[in-house]
Design a protein around this ligand. Structure first.
Ligand code: RTP
Ligand code: MG
Length: 140
């Protein structure tokens, strides 16, 4: 059975552009409940740790530099079938390929500065949520 939580970040491009509120509004209107949230900023080392699964990918170094370049919002979201439904809401990694009406189509600037992160599996959603939030910092 699909899990009911996923993890997201509003990335530095969207935070800096002042789009956090509009993005959170789209997320809530799509039926997701925010069960943990904080504004924070990753150091390059923490970004490296968060994206360790991508360390062999050619874009890893640039991605870590980018994700530590400014503030972000991290959040845990709840909804039935959360991981898949959230990835449908955000759209393709490259905004040029993202469907009309998706968050990345509306707000992303490039394949790297693509406005939001969404976990790709229930297992990674739990790992990523635990990276940012203790038990006391979330709705149980
Ligand atoms: P995310 O993890 O952020 O939700 O994005 P995703 O699953 O759609 O894409 P993924 O393959 O996991 O890549 C993670 C992030 O790395 C940046 N990226 N840059 N320059 C490039 O070719 C490239 N490819 C990916 C993006 O910020 C992407 O979201
Ligand atoms: Mg991914």
């Amino acid at each position: 059975m699909a899990g009911n939580r996923t993890f997201t970040m509003i990335k530095p491009d969207a935070f800096e552009a002042g789009n956090s509120g509009a993005i959170l509004k789209m997320i809530e209107e799509a039926g997701f409940k925010i069960v943990a949230m904080k504004a924070t900023r990753l150091t390059p080392e923490l970004a490296g740790k968060f994206y360790e699964v991508h360390k062999e990918r050619p874009f890893y170094k640039d991605l870590c530099a980018y994700m530590s370049s400014g503030p972000i919002i991290a959040a845990i979201l709840e909804k039935d079938n959360a991981v898949e439904d959230f990835r449908n809401l955000i759209g393709a990694t490259n905004p040029a390929n993202a469907a009309e009406g998706t968050i990345r189509k509306i707000f992303a600037k490039s394949i790297e500065a693509n406005a939001v992160h969404g976990s790709d599996s229930d297992e990674n959603a739990a790992i990523e949520g635990n990276f940012y939030f203790s038990q006391l910092e979330r709705v149980l």
